[in-house]
Ligand binder design. Structure first.
Ligand code: PPS
Length: 277
């Protein structure tokens, strides 16, 4: 496993990122009013929401999600390989892209735009479990320590982005609520995007964005990435797809220590923002 990584503005990034492209992204990338951006801390359900918005865009039809890789349908804006694609991307309707950046490294032009952001959160205990397993699969991941995780602290990331809550172009979703009520959340996303779908189209989106459908779709499950990037023998991007797997990994002491930290860092915020246990 590679231990290469870069640091930009004190934040750790895996291989595949560069300071030049992170700077371009923050200072020069031009966000358009019609853009739809999925923003997350890693392992929070990014690909799930990309699949959902792809399917909403195609009214539940699977042609697009089964023919174009998910990372081309919604490229990562901060990744060097994505930027030329996004800068020339002229598609019918909005541009879709994704980001794991903390708010202070995000394209500055966003803050003068009407672009729509969907911010997806997940129980940070499940985030770290998912990241732990994915680190074994993704050869670009360095070994992480508690003080050095990719994209910085979950607390800083979450508090930063939650400062935008209440803005009409900013929708907050949680992984746990998607699991509990995918139908209701697809409707919520349609409403946010201003897309009207018939009931049978919503049903198709729900069916085709399920864990099993995504796991079976080679354009969404990352199995097409070459062995230089992913060690497919170690697992897959779509691993378990459940809430609460942390209970199989954390000791009681680790869980209590984390809860204490969570209280210290998040006490000021409305706890209904965090619907997990
Ligand atoms: S990444 O690498 O940061 O972009 O990963 P991300 O997509 O944010 O998160 C990966 C986790 O999301 C789970 N996942 C899903 N869960 C339920 N249903 C669907 N359709 C789905 N698609 C992705 C995926 O399994 C990872 O979670 P874990 O806990 O590892 O299974």
């Amino acid at each position: 496993m590679s231990s290469e990584y870069i640091k930009f503005e004190g934040i750790l990034f895996p291989k595949g990122y560069s300071i030049k492209h992170l700077k371009f992204c923050r200072d020069e990338f031009v966000v358009k009013n019609t853009d739809v951006i999925v923003v997350t801390y890693p392992k929070s359900g990014t690909n799930w929401v990309i699949e959902i918005i792809s399917l909403i865009h195609s009214k539940g039809d699977t042609t697009w999600v089964q023919s174009i890789p998910i990372f081309e349908r919604s490229p990562w804006v901060e990744v060097k390989a994505s930027q030329p694609l996004l800068c020339k991307k002229e598609q019918n309707g909005p541009r879709f892209y994704s980001s794991h950046l903390p708010i202070w490294l995000f394209p500055k032009s966003y803050f003068q735009s009407k672009a729509k952001i969907i911010y997806v959160m997940r129980n940070p205990k499940d985030v770290i479990v998912s990241l732990y397993h994915f680190t074994k699969v993704l050869k670009w991941s360095p070994f992480y320590s508690p003080s050095a995780v990719p994209f910085g602290s979950w607390f800083d990331h979450t508090c930063g982005w939650l400062s935008l809550r209440g803005n009409e172009n900013f929708l907050i979703l949680t992984y746990e609520e998607l699991l509990q009520d995918l139908w209701g959340n697809v409707e919520k996303i349609c409403h946010f995007l201003g897309t009207k779908l018939k009931e049978e189209e919503v049903n198709l989106v729900v069916k085709n964005a399920s864990f099993s459908a995504m796991k079976a779709n080679k354009m969404s499950n990352y199995s097409i990435l070459p062995d230089e990037i992913m060690d497919h023998s170690q697992g897959s991007m779509l691993r378990k797809g459940i809430a609460g797997d942390w209970k199989n990994h954390f000791t009681v002491a680790q869980s209590e220590a984390f809860d204490k930290l969570f209280q210290e860092r998040m006490a000021e915020l409305d706890q209904r923002l965090f619907p997990w246990d």
